[in-house]
Write a protein that binds this ligand. Structure first.
Ligand code: ADP
Ligand code: MG
Length: 328
């Protein structure tokens, strides 16, 4: 329903978004994941019509959005800091978008929107008397009340306490599923992207580096950058000869030319007690087991062990080839 092709945005000499293609299906939530400065907010601003494009097309339900002004696009954008009006109470904040639309039955619809986000009865509460989680839900209610065709959320949990974030991620997912409004949400937090996104698109330096379901991105990140962003650390270098990669005596069939390649050894694929030579770097208690970082192939891999091992000692590890993939 949303189709973005070849989107490029510049701020003077900064190339903020570079030839990005994206699509969004009906009722889908897409998580846009990337480090700070990778261009995530700019993609949202471009879709909302708040920044001029260098090139690219954006269509919603088959019609061209580019010539349409921001307030006529029917798109709801929730800013990272929520941008609530501090001098208006909760109800007046939620009513704001409806008044802009010159909607009727405003009071009823404000009450509906507040009920949807679980804040019924809080119409007259002052903004500075809300918790972070409540402020986030008021911002959502304000954006959802005019019934947008598309919802854009910029780091929706980013300004909340870490322990609140994970419980609210679940609530937000439920709310998005309930409303059925197609959503693009931006985050730098992989756990949040995986929890909320039906699909995840990873931005690296203004360009798309990967798109897929959370499981696809985690299992086959495709590149070292994406593997690191999703939190993998079992990244090692291996020599390749005749379509076989070798590292520490481990041999794994790969489709890569002779020379060297980079392998991702996924968590759980390596265990102690095997023929692959490695050196213990450190042991850390995780409970109930120990996590042992071992050096292999110019990188490190983590293995689980019932007891700590001595740093510097050689250790034999086993690696399940099914848990190994190549990276660009
Ligand atoms: P993200 O949301 O992923 O952190 P942004 O889209 O905000 O990234 O920024 C992408 C790049 O554009 C960054 O290099 C940032 O410094 C730059 N940028 C963002 N907004 C502006 C602006 N208004 N003027 C100039 N440069 C900007
Ligand atoms: Mg941003």
């Amino acid at each position: 329903m949303l189709q973005i092709t070849d989107l490029t945005v510049r701020y003077d000499d900064v190339l903020a978004v570079d030839r990005v293609d994206l699509c969004l299906e009906r009722e889908e939530t897409l998580a846009l994941l990337g480090r700070s400065g990778s261009g995530k907010t700019t993609v949202l601003r471009a879709i909302a019509g708040l920044v001029p494009l260098v090139s690219g097309s954006i269509t919603l339900d088959g019609s061209d959005l580019v010539p349409v002004s921001a307030h006529e696009r029917g798109i709801g954008l929730v800013f990272q800091d929520f941008a609530l009006f501090p001098h208006l109470d909760v109800g007046a904040n939620v009513a704001y978008g409806l008044r802009m639309q010159m909607a009727t039955r405003i009071e009823e619809r404000v009450a509906e929107a507040l009920e949807m986000v679980g804040l019924d009865g809080l119409q007259h509460r002052r903004i500075d008397q809300l918790s972070g989680g409540q402020a986030q839900r008021v911002a959502l209610a304000r954006t959802l009340a005019p019934r947008p065709r598309l919802l854009l959320l910029d780091e929706p949990l980013g300004s909340l306490d870490p322990d609140l974030r994970h419980s609210l991620a679940g609530e937000l997912k439920e709310l998005l599923d309930q409303t059925g409004v197609p959503t693009i949400m931006v985050t730098h937090d992989t756990e949040e992207a995986f929890a909320l996104g039906d699909r995840v698109t990873v931005l690296v330096d203004a360009r798309i580096a990967a798109t897929g379901t959370p499981a696809q991105i985690w299992t086959e990140p495709g590149s070292v950058e994406v593997a690191r962003i999703v939190g993998h650390n079992g990244i090692v270098t291996a020599g390749v000869a005749g379509s076989v990669a070798s590292v520490g005596g481990l041999r794994i069939p790969v489709t890569a030319p002779d020379g060297t390649t980079t392998l991702l050894i996924r968590p759980g694929a390596a265990s102690t007690g095997g023929p692959v030579e490695a050196v213990v770097i450190e042991s850390r208690y995780r409970g109930p087991d120990w996590v042992i970082s071992v050096a292999i192939g110019g990188g490190t891999v983590e293995v689980s062990s019932p007891s700590p091992l001595t740093s510097g000692d050689k250790v034999g590890i086993a690696i399940d080839p099914a848990g190994v993939t190549t990276l660009d």
